[in-house]
Design a protein. Structure first.
Length: 235
């Protein structure tokens, strides 16, 4: 296995993982318990947005994840007033549990006011998308071959600078993992071929609730747990 990217927000690696396993891992991301706002009591809303729109925006916010029981909840309050010709109200008004406090919620003009209490609970992405911690996806790693004729195709380095680069006067592969091309795309570039084998590029992007590496480890645990349950049922 070769690590391509490893940051708190993203992890990406190359592996000869079976494509069925890769797809099972991708789907298992929705099995991780994640905290999200599930309901809101809106006591006052003078803004131009309906209560339902405000509630919908609250549900989209990324919250610092906590391990909680199904009957536990986190309560967040917000009471704000507009000023002058209008001020933008940001998610940070709900408190320290918001990961991206600069997320805009609504615009309030002078005399307008919002007062609400939001409650967050732990849930899974298989039940609702707001509980998803991020994205997992994969693709086949292309094998790019460049012949002596292909080394003259300098245009590829200009059109696809993330994939190709010039080494002197010769075309070279800069990053095959960044390539989303196939052989049909090389029809106008003789000497450059793209093939595929069993190597996959598996990537995870976090939305901030938990780090990307933790998403992967928790995904593996979730898949293992589901397989264990199936095994017990069959026995």
């Amino acid at each position: 296995m070769e690590i391509i990217t490893k940051t708190p927000e993203e992890i990406s690696f190359v592996s000869k993982m079976n494509i069925s396993l890769a797809n099972a891992l991708r789907r298992s991301v929705g099995e991780i318990p994640i905290l999200a706002i599930v309901e809101a009591d809106i006591y006052k809303n003078d803004s131009a947005l309906y209560d339902e729109i405000i509630a919908h925006r609250l549900g989209l916010l990324s919250l610092k994840n906590q391990k909680m029981k199904s009957d536990q909840s986190v309560e967040m309050k917000m009471k704000v007033k507009g000023k002058d010709e209008g001020i933008e109200i940001f998610a940070g008004e709900l408190g320290d549990d918001i990961i991206y406090p600069d997320t805009p919620l609504v615009l309030l003009r002078e005399g307008q006011e919002i007062e609400l209490v939001a409650r967050a609970k732990s849930g899974k992405g298989v039940d609702h998308a707001k509980f998803m911690p991020g994205l997992a996806f994969y693709k086949h790693l292309p094998k790019i071959k460049i012949s002596s004729e292909g080394e003259k195709q300098s245009e590829l380095a200009e059109v696809y600078p993330e994939v190709f680069e010039m080494f002197g006067e010769r075309l070279k592969v800069k990053n095959a993992a960044a390539c989303d091309l196939d052989q049909e795309d090389m029809a106008d570039y003789p000497g450059v071929s793209i093939e595929f084998d069993d190597n996959l590029v598996f990537s995870i992007e976090s939305w901030g609730q938990i780090e990307a590496k933790e998403i992967f480890s928790e995904t593996c645990k979730a898949l293992k747990g589901n397989l264990s349950e199936i095994s017990k049922t069959i026995k």
